[in-house]
Design a protein around this ligand. Structure first.
Ligand SMILES: [Zn+2]
Length: 253
């Protein structure tokens, strides 16, 4: 079997609105469609809509194995874009297939779908409406990014060389979804030459990091008991009544 190129991109989520983003100088030439500037133009057109979609996912999180509403939303969006959509692969997974107008490589883009079981404080006005469940890992952002790429490319598919598969994978937090899709029939339905994924992380806005092979592929939880009072001058959040620490990664030995 042909070895797949797996890539992962880290992305920061901009805190600014679309209006505050610097507008690029745009060429209207269709020949330039796949230039950075023309993609930026297409992206700017749907930026606010994508923010709303991400917030909708954030308000309506679903745990691994229960991504029912999430699947419905993804499916509807991809069908409306004119993609061929498959949901008979594994769990509540969704695959959208976009065939370009010209010959070329077959590329897959993967986004995860499920939320976490927790109640970390969330100051956002669009916070989770389901107690105990939260998109604390950014999968809401990953799905919105996947839909955004699908829309920009679908609107210009006659210029697209090759085929793009949009793989929305359920059950990431339980480590079941990727294996489940691969062991069922994913690669009998799609045949990508390369697969890419993305995970949001804490970086300055506008920066990305690219790394081949796996990363962010495991999690461990640790319990820390704080015996002494923590005092941080000027920060009322950290006191004896609320001594939480958020430790996102454990360095593996
Ligand atoms: Zn995640």
């Amino acid at each position: 079997m042909k070895k797949l190129l797996l890539g992962l991109i880290y992305l920061s989520v901009p805190a600014v609105s679309a209006q505050k983003l610097k507008k690029p100088v745009i060429s209207n030439s269709k020949k330039d469609f796949f230039s950075h500037q023309s993609i930026q133009l297409e992206t700017d057109k749907i930026f606010n809509k994508l923010v709303e979609i991400r917030r909708d996912f954030h308000r309506n999180p679903e745990l691994a194995g229960h991504e029912i509403r999430t699947q419905k939303m993804l499916k509807q969006y991809l069908i409306a874009l004119g993609l061929e959509v498959k949901t008979d692969i594994y769990g509540y997974g969704v695959v959208g297939i976009l065939r370009g107008g010209r010959e070329g490589k077959k590329i897959a883009w993967r986004s995860d779908m499920d939320a976490l079981s927790n109640d970390f404080p969330d100051p956002q006005p669009f916070k989770s409406e389901t107690k105990g469940i939260q998109h604390g890992c950014g999968h809401d952002v990953h799905m919105a990014v996947g839909l955004g790429i699908a829309e920009v490319l679908a609107k210009n598919k006659k210029y697209l060389k090759g085929t793009v598969y949009f793989v929305f994978q359920p059950e990431e937090e339980t480590f079941m979804g990727a294996k489940g899709m691969m062991n069922t029939n994913l690669f009998s339905k799609i045949a990508p030459d390369e697969i890419y994924g993305l995970h949001v992380t804490a970086l300055p806005v506008g920066e990305i990091i690219v790394k081949p092979n796996e990363v962010f592929a495991y999690q461990k939880r640790i319990r820390i008991e704080l015996k002494k009072r923590i005092i941080k001058r000027g920060d009322k959040k950290f006191n004896r009544e609320n001594p939480y620490l958020f430790v996102p990664h454990e360095r593996r030995k």
